[in-house]
Design a protein around this ligand. Structure first.
Ligand SMILES: [Zn+2]
Length: 185
């Protein structure tokens, strides 16, 4: 198995030389440790992709690739490794980015919200609230005192809401910019 693992490492290293900076490979050759314990340890560390390699896999010249993000397993031929692995890592990156964006939007409020509703929201589950701000530091301080929420960011254009808020969340004066409000933890 270790011999095969070395061959896999070598193949990935060859591939890596053609397109550097995309793969880092580590063989966990520790003896006397159950596979499950190894899997668990590397998952904790955040390694996105592992290959399981055992005697039975070798008999069929295969390894098992397992994604950390969705636990999906798929067998791969040990001869065709390289591109496969890099593609899969790319897909993991894309899937995680999509999921992170969805999660962010699920926890974002971009519609007009009354100050009372905003306070209730911050008291409860919290959210990223996109709302107008009058530009007055005293107004922001009052909002912080009422809700513990502060301005997290004044979003750049590409992150702003489709409809620009015209009034300040709290005082109702004309907004000078859109701000993202949330509690810091
Ligand atoms: Zn204000």
């Amino acid at each position: 198995v270790l011999e095969a693992a070395d061959r896999v490492t070598q193949r990935l290293a060859d591939w890596e030389r053609r397109d550097p900076g995309r793969l880092r490979v580590h063989v966990d050759a520790r003896d006397g440790m159950k596979p499950g314990a190894k899997y668990y340890e590397w998952e904790l560390r955040g390694v996105p992709l592992r290959m399981e390699l055992g005697p039975r896999d070798l008999a069929s010249n295969q390894g098992m690739l397992v994604r950390r993000d969705n636990r999906e397993k798929r067998p791969v031929s040990l001869d065709a490794l390289g591109e496969d692995v890099a593609d899969l890592l790319m897909r993991i990156q894309e899937d995680m980015l999509i999921a992170a964006r969805e999660r962010r939007e699920q926890h974002s409020v971009r519609h007009a919200i009354s100050y009372d509703d905003f306070r209730a929201l911050m008291d409860g589950e919290g959210a990223f609230v996109y709302a107008g701000w009058c530009g007055d530091g005293a107004c922001e301080a009052q909002i912080k005192e009422d809700t513990k929420a502060t301005i997290r960011v004044l979003p750049d254009e590409e992150f702003r809401s489709a409809e620009t808020p015209t009034k300040c969340l709290r005082c109702g004066r004309a907004a000078v910019s859109e701000a993202v409000w949330a509690k810091a933890y």
